[in-house]
Design a protein around this ligand. Sequence first.
Ligand code: TTJ
Length: 652
Amino acid sequence: MAKSYDAKDIKVLEGLDAVRLRPGMYIGTTGIKGLHHILWEIVDNCIDEISNGHGNKIDVKIHVDGSISVEDNGRGIPVDVHPTLGISGVEVVFTQLHAGGKFDSDNYTYSGGLHGVGASVTNALSRWLVVEVYKKGTTFKMEFESRDVDGKIKGGETKYHLIDTGQATKKSGTFVRFMPDDRIFETVNFNLETITRRLKELAFLNRGMTITLTDERVTINNAPLSREYYYEGGIVDFVRFLNETKSSLFADPILLTGKKDNITMEVAFQYTDAYTENIVSYVNNIPTGEGGTHETGLKAALTKVLNDLAKKMGYLKEKDPALMGEDFREGLTAVLAVKMQNVQFEGQTKTKLGNPEARVAIETLFGQELQNFFIDQKNKPIADAIFKKAIMASKVREAVRKEKEIARQKNSIENFNLVGKLSSCTSKKPELNELFIVEGDSAGGTAKQARDRYFQAILPLRGKPLNAEKKRIDQVLLNEEIRTIISALGCGIGEDYNKEDLNYHKVIILSDADQDGAHIRAILLTFLFRYMKDLINEGHVYIGMPPLYKVSKKDTIEYAYDEKELAAVKERLGRGCNVTRYKGLGEMNASQLKETTMDPSKRALIRVSIEDAAAAENLISVLMGDAIDPRKRYIIEHANFNKTDKFKEVMG
Ligand code: TTJ
C-alpha cells in the first residue's frame, strides 16, 4: 500500500534568501551550466514521481519569451495546508530550501546527489514562476515573482497563494513555467542541444517514459521544433544507440538486473569488433563520468567470472595464464545504472562514486547474473564470440608488450637496422626538426632531394604491407615501417610514451590524394591515436598537402589545392592556360614538391587535432571498422582532408 503523503511530510531546513546571495553554493555556477541546473531541479521532480509509479510522461517546452515549462502527469504536488507552516504544499516546495519529498526516504526511495537542492532554488533565481496542479478534477494555481523589497531585490516571492481556479480538468499532474533571472545568470539562453541530450539520456535510463521537448523559438514548416523520446528497451536501447556506428558481435545487448542491500543494479552490454571499451555509468540517473566504486565492482566481476568460465568451458586450458581485465573489456559497450541512497561523490569533478557498499553490491550482483547467463546453453554462441575476442585481445597485448621490449632494447643498444630507411636530418633540435612520412619509395626519393637536410628527415613507407583492408592493430604494430616510425620518433609508445624523448616536433604525413593514400593516412592516424595519443594532443601531427592541380601558362606555373582555388587561378591567368591534375606525389619533381609541399614558407599543412577522445575514437572506428554504412557516410561528409581546415603555417 502506498504511504500517505501530504504537506506535513515535507521537511523544512532553512530559508530562501541565501540562494540569491550565493547562487554558486547551490547551483555551482551562474554560467550556462547553472542555468540548465535550475531546469534539471524541476525535471528531477517529475522523474522521481514517475519512477515511483505515478504517470509516464514529461513535456518540456522552451517558450518564445525565453521562459521554459515542465509538465508531468503524476499525482500533482500536495495542495493541502502544511500543519505547522500554515501554507500549501505547493508554496512549501517553492519557498522553503531543501523542501521536497525526495529528502524523505519513506516516501521517496532514492535521493539525488548532483541536483536535489530543490525547486525553491529555481524559484529564487527566476524573474517569475507559475505552478499549476491538476488534481481532484480541478486546476490549482500559484504564482511567484522577483520583487524589490525595501531596496533589495528578492526572488521567489509569493504573488498570490495557491488558489483553486475552478477550471475543470480530467488531467492529473504538475505544470511549472519559469523565467530565469537575467540579473543572476550570465546567459539566460537555454541550449536546445544540451536539453535534448539530457532528456534523451533520461528517456534511455527510465524505460517506458515519454519525454517530449518543444522549442518554440525554432520553427520548421510553421510548426515549432519538437522531439520525442521513448525507449521501450531502456538501457538496452541505450547500448544499441552507442553501438550504432559499430559492428556488434551478437544481435541484442544483454540485460542483467538485481537488487541487494537496497542497491539496485541494471546493466546492459554488448561487444563490438572495436578495440576500445566504452562503459557509461550512472547513480540515480546522474552520470558518473569519472566512474567509481560501482564501475570497479562491475569490472572486477567481469574479469573474475569470465576467467572462471573460460577455464570451465574450455576456452582456456587449466595451465594457461588468466586473461587480464582489459582483455575482457576490449570492444565492450556497457551502460551501468545504479540506484542507492546516501550517495557520495568524489573526484576532480565530483562525478566519481565513492560509496564502498556499491562496489560490493555490484560485484556480487553482476557476478551472479553473468554466471547465470552463461550457464544457459542457448547463450553459448555469445560466449564463443566474447571469449574469442578476449583471447585475441590478450595475444595483441602480448605482442605489444614484446614490441615495447624490442623497442627498448634497440634504443639501448643501437637502432641502426631499424632506422636504415630513414634519411635523418643533421639538426639535433627536436623543436625544429620535421619528420616526413612519405607514401611510396619513389615519392620518398623525390622528397629526399627536395628537403632541407638540416631539419627535415624523410621516412619512405613502402605502403604495400599497410595497404590491405582491415589490418588489425597488432599486425600494424609488427609492420616494419611502423616499427621504424617508433624508433625514429624516439618517444616510446603506450604507457612508455615520453615527450621529452621526441626527436621531431612536426610529424608530417605525406600521402597521395587517392583512396590508397587516404587509407594509409587512416592507418597511421589510428596507430598514433592508440599508441601516441599525446603526440596528436600536443599538436605534433600534421597532414601535408600536395597540390591537386598544376596550372601553367608560358613561363608561369601556379598550383591549386582544390577546385575552388583552381577556378581562381584559371581566372587570374586568363585564357590559354594548361591544367594538369596530379594523381600522386610521384608525378612531381623535387623542386615542385619543395615549392608546394615541403618549404615551410610556401606549403600548407593541416594540423591533426583530437577534439576529444570520444570523437577521435569514432573517427577511427568509422574509418577502420567493418560497419560499411557509417564509414561511407563519414567519408562523404569529411572525405577530403585537402579541402577542409586548410591552414597556412604562420612563420615565426
Ligand atoms: C505528490 O503526492 C505524493 C508525493 O509526491 C507528490 C509530488 O510532489 N509529486 C510531484 C511533484 N510530481 N511532480 C512534481 C513536480 C513537478 C514539477 C514540474 C515541478 C515540481 C517542483 C514538482
